[in-house]
Write a protein that binds this ligand. Structure first.
Ligand SMILES: [Zn+2]
Length: 431
């Protein structure tokens, strides 16, 4: 049975950011009468059978629809004195005639399936140059097969779950997309994402590194480094991301942010659970206050005590742990310099006593760990900077690991999928 429908198409002026078409002087709109006729044979009227038949119909309908809309807009463009495109040869943007409305076939990927379109070609009346305008009208790059909107959807899907599951979900809803296309989309979108500090947000953040499971790369060999920044309204955003050697240089990640660090009116307070020597590269370039993550200290304390072979829950173990817990417990800030000074003195004295205790007992790992941490434990308190000195980057790391462990990854592949994933969870990326 033939169906007839009238579709009104409205198109508003594109801005420069949306690109491609450039600026148009006014709102554009065309109206198309769209008639389409399909013959469908069905053997059953049940739900699944109707859906299945529609999925076979859909691509034909979609192709017709795209073709018709594109021709409609091209006709409209040609009727305008000034076109939104210009001759790639002579720059003319006024005098064109049709070469063909059914030129060489080309394919583009929608989120239903690949479509084959007959390219539209115009002829420049000034220089005789022939050019295709299909992708110009679509807002796509020349020869680009996967539109940005499709690519972002595929990339997000591929970053949120495994490629196998992504492909399966697509298939369930009639999108026959293969794993390789999803993988490529993740890579391309990931590569384009850049994480930087935002000078309008808080001058505080955390840096953390974690070994990640990449097949073919030893677990402890490579590390994912993440810099997060606290947001004014609460929550965090990712301000830097890299995969590199374990305990290796953070320079690369911070170098990109150097100029932004300098824009903050107060020095940036960086919370980290690692050795702050990793930030030595920043010295002299920008003032950053480093603060050990106090949440990590008792936690890491258990590990170094174990290394020193101190029995769990023994008297010594309990003593060291209890002291560390108390030293690291910082109440929300007392706004009185004298009190702060007294607190600092008391905490440092207690810490020194714990270190001395461990030294006498020859708990060498614990001694060296605490001595190393000592200088950066009370930076926030000393500078009267209220707020959390506990790790929030921890959760970011768990978010990463959920995805990265599920498959085989090259280093760049792992970085790209992590970028898309974190951009979605923390930096407002969506598709
Ligand atoms: Zn020309």
């Amino acid at each position: 049975m033939p169906s007839t429908m009238v579709i009104v198409l409205l198109r508003t002026t594109k801005t420069k950011e949306e690109g491609i078409m450039g600026e148009l002087p006014r709102e554009r709109s065309i109206t198309l009468d769209f008639e389409s006729q399909f013959r469908v044979t069905l053997t059953s009227s049940d739900f699944a059978a109707i859906m299945k038949a529609f999925l076979l119909l859909l691509p034909q309908f979609l192709e017709d629809f795209f073709q018709k809309v594109l021709v409609g807009f091209a006709e409209y463009e040609l009727s305008l004195p000034q076109k939104s495109f210009s001759c790639t040869c002579c720059g003319n943007d006024r005098d064109f005639v049709w070469k063909t409305r059914h030129g060489k076939a080309t394919v583009i990927l929608t989120w239903f399936r690949w479509l084959t379109l007959q390219q539209l070609q115009v002829l420049c009346k000034r220089c005789g140059h022939k050019q295709y305008i299909t992708r110009t009208l679509l807002g796509m790059e020349p020869r680009q097969r996967v539109p940005e909107a499709t690519r972002r959807k595929l990339a997000l899907m591929g970053a949120l779950t495994s490629y196998r599951v992504s492909a399966k979900i697509g298939q369930m809803f009639g999108w026959a997309v293969d794993k390789m296309t999803i993988w490529q989309s993740v890579q391309r979108v990931g590569r384009q994402l850049e994480f930087l500090l935002d000078e309008k947000e808080e001058p505080r953040g955390e840096a953390d590194g974690t070994g990640i499971g990449i097949t073919g790369i030893a677990k402890r060999g490579k590390e994912l480094k993440v810099l997060v920044q606290y947001k004014k309204g609460g929550g965090i955003r990712v301000a830097g991301l890299d995969i590199g050697p374990y305990n290796g240089s953070w320079q690369k990640l911070f170098r990109k942010n150097l100029a932004i660090f300098k824009k903050f009116t107060r020095p940036f307070l960086l919370v980290t659970d690692g050795d702050t020597a990793i930030f030595d590269g920043l010295k002299g370039k920008v003032k950053i206050l480093t603060q050990r993550c106090l949440w990590h200290i008792p936690y890491q304390g258990k590990y170094v005590l174990w290394q020193d072979k101190v029995a769990r829950k023994s008297a010594d173990w309990l003593h060291v742990l209890a002291e560390l817990m108390e030293i690291c417990a910082i109440r929300s800030l007392v706004d009185c310099p004298e009190t702060i000074r007294a607190m600092l003195e008391s905490k440092r004295r207690r810490l020194d006593q714990v270190i001395e205790f461990c030294r006498q007992k020859s708990y060498s790992h614990t001694v060296s760990y605490l001595e190393n941490a000592r200088a950066d434990m009370f930076t926030a308190l000393e500078n009267r900077l209220a707020g959390k000195t506990t790790s929030r980057v921890e959760r970011v790391m768990r978010t990463v690991n959920m995805r990265v462990n599920v498959s085989k990854w090259s280093m760049e592949g792992a970085l790209n999928v992590t970028k898309v994933r974190l951009a979605y969870y923390y930096n407002g990326f969506d598709a």
